[in-house]
Write a protein that binds this ligand. Sequence first.
Ligand code: CMP
Length: 219
Amino acid sequence: LHQVPLFKHLSDDQLTRLSEICSRKGFKAGTVLFREKEPGDVFYIIVSGSVKVFTSNSGGEEKILSVFQAGDNFGELSLIDGKPRSASAQVLEDSMFLTLRGSDFIQLLRALPDMSLTIMQELCRRIRETNDHVYDLTFVDARTRVLKNLIIFANRNGIRSGNTIQIRIALNYDELARMAGVTKSVLMEVVRDLERIHILNATPQGFSLDLSKLRSGGA
Ligand code: CMP
């Protein structure tokens, strides 16, 4: 538990008490943890793996709001404001979670100001990220949006060697397009275009990005 960023301020005593109310659960890739508009009663912390949070229209088309990975938490909104789930959550790869019952989560927020502050800071980060995304969708062209999304993944979990960054992405092309707010055909077009000028190279795990080409203004 002491490795979970949300609990970094807790004493050994508090961590021991926390371990009594946390459950450890594993879910297979593809499992839907909850759907938008359902009542919320569980808070999730990812120990390993990743999850996509998305909203969808009546035709089943998805817009991915965020991808969470190890150390991240989600499911707090409906527990805090008592309203239904604001989005759906689906496991992208076999993943392990710590879960807390809603009532226990609220009790912790009341008892632990440092933990409440960490949750508030995370909410601030998400509003800023959402504002950036609204800006991009309004003012930025599709090609730049795709590149910006790849750079976000590169910053979060890219492995750098020299001028190249290997980006591991648990999303398929459909999902990546939905995250960048472009159609799959636009995404494929942008990827092919960037491959042609050797900025990007699609790999089985994701992409590799050549920083020297990016800096020289090739994109
Ligand atoms: P909740 O509404 O309980 O269930 C869906 C969860 O997805 C929500 O809590 C947040 O944890 C998360 N979520 C919803 N919207 C966003 C967003 N725009 N950015 C990041 N996470 C979100």
